[in-house]
Design a protein around this ligand. Structure first.
Ligand SMILES: [Zn+2]
Length: 201
């Protein structure tokens, strides 16, 4: 195994695989960018995410599976947006999620090296990536209805950032997707605004 982490264009700062998946649509250079335009990009994302470690990395992903995953991503985003703004999860998002959840692959006992047996989804993405949308729908649905939903946040840099994350900081005061991406940028902007105000007569 190559110890070196491969270069990839994805961000993994959501604190949950479903959030990291939704965060594959982001703003870069002032415009929204989809980091998963093709099935091969989705396979690359699985490899970079924690999913590949447990469920395997698909050699190829069928265009229909990619299309299902991208549609699911929109439904998850709508659901997470609703939670953040205190609205009910839209019916269409629930219906889209349910359509994927109903394709559940069933469970099996698995023992990861050095780990006790655990009951886990019977999914091997290396052999068949069909269950990938279900894995993401299951993670997203658990997040939507679980205790962690109250930790869901959207980056405070609303104008130029759409990234979402779980605020697991002890004081629950995390505001930025990351200090590097938005926190520092915002501080620089605030400093500039203060400086401009001082210069006004
Ligand atoms: Zn941000």
């Amino acid at each position: 195994m190559d110890e070196q982490a491969p270069e990839h264009p994805f961000v993994f700062l959501g604190g949950d695989v479903a959030l990291d998946f939704v965060n594959t649509v982001l703003v870069d250079g002032g415009a929204p960018v989809d980091r998963l335009p093709a099935p091969a990009d989705l396979a690359g994302w699985v490899a970079a995410s924690g999913l590949g470690e447990e469920f395997g990395v698909p050699d190829r992903i069928a265009p229909t599976v990619h299309a299902t995953a991208i549609a699911l991503r929109g439904a998850l985003k709508a659901g997470f947006d609703a939670v953040v703004t205190g609205e009910p999860v839209p019916d269409e998002a629930v219906a889209s999620l349910n359509a994927v959840l109903r394709t559940g692959p069933g469970s099996e006992l698995r023992g990861l090296p050095g780990d006790d047996l655990r009951l886990r989804p019977a999914v091997d993405l290396t052999a068949d990536a069909t269950a990938l949308p279900w894995l993401l729908a299951d993670a997203g649905a658990r997040l939507l209805v679980g205790d962690r939903a109250r930790l869901l946040r959207r980056c405070a840099n609303h104008d130029t950032c759409v990234l979402m994350f779980l605020d697991t900081s002890r004081s629950h005061t995390r505001r930025w997707c990351s200090m590097d991406l938005c926190g520092n940028r915002s501080k620089v902007a605030a400093h500039g605004a203060r400086a401009r105000r001082r210069q006004q007569p």
